[in-house]
Design a protein around this ligand. Structure first.
Ligand SMILES: N[C@@H](CCC(=O)N[C@@H](CS)C(=O)NCC(=O)O)C(=O)O
Length: 403
């Protein structure tokens, strides 16, 4: 079972992450994790400390915390605080039948991937956008959003989860969190000789609890591990822009969704019907269950949408905030390039597309198309994702050796 690693392993994993940080000039230090205020200029690799007294205090507190954790580990492993935990490398899992199998002829990655997902979860849509664009074959397991029985085997209770079969202790490697999954796959794509298990170790998970709810933070999640690779395909500025907008997709754009798609009771019911249709809920729920989920869920989400509007400081007319977000994105892409990545989408394009794709059939998205210029970019994205434009042509496909 996935669980917390033994304490020394946790520290070793943190140490390994530091090794990744040092080796990989793209990587941000564990700033939040250790509460130290190292600010790194990633474009030139310089590190400097901000000199304010306040920040020095934070640094001292952070160092004390690290010393405390180390001492606690040595004295008694159980003292290791709950908040500094690292996910185990693998779990055991019962055989679960795939809901769908996506097979791409040109895929010679050698990876056997299973994505545990909700069809219309924006984070899952982001991962699918990446897998589809780059032409990975994969199995899909649709998770019952109420019982989550398909991921009962996992301590991590969210989707997406990507299982890479045939490696890891329990026969598969479990990757959690959409942005981590995307970054690990991209790091691997950049150099398929890298071991996915080692790459996973570079994305330490910091687990905490807030009002009884588990919170997972992966401080490096937007960074690609180029390791020793030279001749990177992008400039530091391009990589920084890509990270900024990937984060924007997760921290801003996503928050536009619920208040907009559940804006009125009837829009909420329509949205649930759409989710039921594309998520094939009839396979997961009996008809009375499905009807109840649609109507009860719609009412609950309608109310929640109002709370989320306030929480994320959206305009009273939530559509305005959605249109503004779409406009911010198209302005950032600009008129001189088809995608933020230039002639091809980068991970920011794929993330923003994935998030919007999750509400494609909702009124909110139609309104956004009519009231911003998002439609042109979105349609082009859809075309390249659906036709797996990022996949290697068969002739150029390389032979991969997995470590
Ligand atoms: N940061 C995570 C967020 C994942 C997430 O919140 N997924 C939702 C579905 S959209 C979920 O699984 N919620 C179930 C729960 O929190 O219990 C990611 O990017 O993958």
């Amino acid at each position: 079972m996935q669980g917390n690693m033994a304490a020394p392993m946790r520290l070793a994993a943190v140490a390994r992450q530091f090794e990744c940080l040092v080796r990989n000039q793209q990587v941000r230090p564990l700033q939040r994790c250790l509460q130290q205020n190292v600010v790194r200029n990633f474009s030139n690799g310089k590190t400097f400390f901000k000199a304010s007294v306040h920040r020095k205090k934070i640094l001292v507190a952070g160092s004390l915390a690290v010393v405390g954790v180390t001492l606690a580990t040595v004295v008694n492993q159980r003292w290791l605080p709950y908040w500094l935990t690292v996910q185990a490398l693998s779990s055991t899992r019962p055989e679960i039948e795939a809901s769908r199998k996506i097979r791409i002829e040109t895929d010679n990655s050698g990876l056997k991937l299973t994505l545990f997902q909700f069809q219309t979860c924006p984070f899952c849509c982001k991962v699918r956008a990446m897998l589809d664009y780059y032409g990975f074959s994969y199995d899909l397991v649709e998770v019952n959003s109420v019982t989550k029985k398909q991921i009962k085997w996992s301590d991590y209770r969210k989707v997406p989860i990507l299982a890479v079969e045939g490696m890891g202790d329990g026969g598969f490697l479990q990757l959690n969190d959409s942005s981590v999954i995307i970054s690990i796959l991209e790091s691997w794509r950049q150099d398929p000789q890298q071991s996915l298990e080692k790459l996973k170790e570079c994305y330490v998970c910091i687990e905490s609890e807030e009002r009884g709810k588990k919170i997972y933070d992966f401080p490096n999640k937007y960074f690609i591990m180029f390791m020793d690779k030279s001749n990177l395909p992008t400039t530091p500025e391009q990589r920084q822009e890509e990270r900024k907008w990937r984060k924007w997709a997760d921290d801003h754009l996503v928050h536009m969704l619920s208040p907009n798609v559940y804006r009125t009771p009837s829009e909420a019911v329509d949205a649930f019907k759409y989710f039921s249709e594309v998520g094939e809920w009839e396979k997961n729920f009996s008809t009375p269950e499905r009807v109840m989920v649609i109507y009860v869920g719609a009412m609950a989400m309608y109310l929640l949408g109002k709370m989320l509007r306030k929480k994320y400081h959206l305009n009273e007319d939530v559509r305005i905030s959605l249109y503004d977000a779409c406009k911010d994105w198209t302005k950032a892409v600009g008129k001189k390039r088809s995608f933020m990545g230039g002639n091809q989408p980068n991970l920011a394009d794929l993330s923003v597309y994935g998030v919007l794709n999750s509400i494609e059939g909702c009124q909110a998205f139609q309104d956004a198309r009519e009231n911003s210029h998002i439609g042109g970019w979105y349609d082009t994205m859809q075309k390249v994702v659906k036709s797996h434009d990022g996949a290697l042509p068969v002739s150029a496909a390389h032979t991969l050796t997995k470590n």
